[in-house]
Design a protein around this ligand. Structure first.
Ligand code: PLP
Length: 356
């Protein structure tokens, strides 16, 4: 038997989540965002379960080429565009849609030798101040692009910094309206939070990522609890050791946890080198033999400890869910001061993955 930790991927949940998203944004087409190796799930493992999507959005050329080699013929959007002018040859060869956010990219595209025009997502800065042209420049860049023979279909793209807040899109939407005034343009604006909570942002193409994988864009599971979205990834392991502590005995590095009275604890094969957050505090939820309990002591590289007080029947070999269908990744992340996005993306390569 090998080390008992595994990540299992529920591909049916992924399919269903895409359908839920389609219903939520029924007037729009859907870019399924599969950057960062499909948020840590493995692009090659999951892309075909998303085969009903209208397009895939990501940002590594290698990942885009993988999709083409696997037979995906639909659109692929490169969210950060090309990083160097010489990549345009591959954008041409593999029919990739590029985001375009800087002047040098406009020039590079204008002077590239291509077989066919490339579709362009003109990226505007709606206030997040990461990538994109200022709203007042959009008009002139748009006209400039229209005159370039290498430019195919043009779409206006923006991104939201605060779409999980009820009024978080008001200011950015004003800037987008200002930029788009007088342009008869297709638009793609909505990330997961805007797709779920701000239908007025849907327009032509939505770009959901985290909700495909069944976690919350706000970091709070309750915010998507009623949506029907289901977690795709379940990280499971087993208890490989048992300790009975006396009052005052400590657990793990730094002796962070100290038993108040006699207490049984279980040692689980799973630690930060598997992707479990080292910052998880005592009480971070975990499921043992189907019973919810909490972790105790500092998470080690390869192990962590759990309180067995609520599950006295648990012993060596008892199943443990670290996150998944019962223990929400959002709850583990929130306890640890991060978001589900980071935990998914940080699933370590040493964890065997099975697809269901
Ligand atoms: C990552 C990303 C998304 C998806 O964001 P989620 O919050 O996961 O839905 C959408 N658009 C762009 C430009 C992105 O970089």
């Amino acid at each position: 038997m090998s080390r008992p930790i595994t990540a299992s991927l529920n591909l049916e949940a992924l399919r269903q989540n895409l359908q839920i998203i389609r219903r939520a944004a029924s007037g729009a087409r859907v870019w399924s965002v599969v950057k960062a190796n499909a948020y840590g799930h493995g692009l090659d493992r999951v892309w075909s379960a998303l085969g009903a999507t209208d397009g895939f959005a990501l940002l590594n050329l290698e990942e885009a080429i993988l999709l083409r080699e696997r037979g995906w013929k639909g659109p692929i959007l490169m969210l950060e565009g090309f990083f160097h002018a010489d990549e345009l040859e591959l954008f041409d060869k593999y029919r990739l849609t590029t985001s375009l956010h800087s002047n040098w990219q406009v020039k590079a595209l204008a002077s590239a030798k291509l077989h066919d025009p490339i579709d362009v997502y003109l990226k505007m800065n709606s206030g997040m101040n990461r990538l994109g042209f200022a709203p007042e420049r959009v008009h002139s860049i748009w006209q400039q692009l229209r005159a370039i023979p290498n430019v195919g279909e043009l779409t206006l793209m923006a991104h939201f910094a605060d779409a999980e807040k009820p009024d978080g899109i008001i200011e950015p939407m004003k800037r987008i309206e200002q930029a788009a005034e007088g342009l008869a343009c297709r638009r793609s604006l909505a990330n997961s939070a805007a797709t779920l909570w701000h239908p007025e942002t849907h327009f032509d193409w939505v770009r959901p990522g985290i909700i495909l994988y069944g976690a919350s864009p706000s970091g709070q599971w309750q915010d998507i609890a009623a949506s029907g979205l289901k977690p795709v990834m379940t990280l499971k392991s087993e208890i490989i050791g048992i300790q009975t502590l006396h009052a005052g005995a400590c657990v793990g590095y730094g002796s962070r946890f100290r038993a108040q009275g006699e207490q049984r604890i279980g040692i689980v094969a799973g630690g930060y080198a598997d992707g479990y957050p080292r910052h998880a505090p005592d009480g971070t939820p975990v499921l043992v033999e189907g019973v919810k309990t909490g972790i105790v002591g500092t998470v080690s590289m390869d192990m962590l400890a759990v309180d067995l007080t609520p599950c006295p029947q648990a012993g060596i070999g008892s199943p443990v869910e670290l996150w998944g269908e019962e223990i929400r990744i959002d709850d583990v992340a929130a306890a640890s001061g991060t978001v589900g996005y980071e935990l998914m993306c940080a699933l370590a390569p040493r964890v065997p993955v099975v697809t269901l």
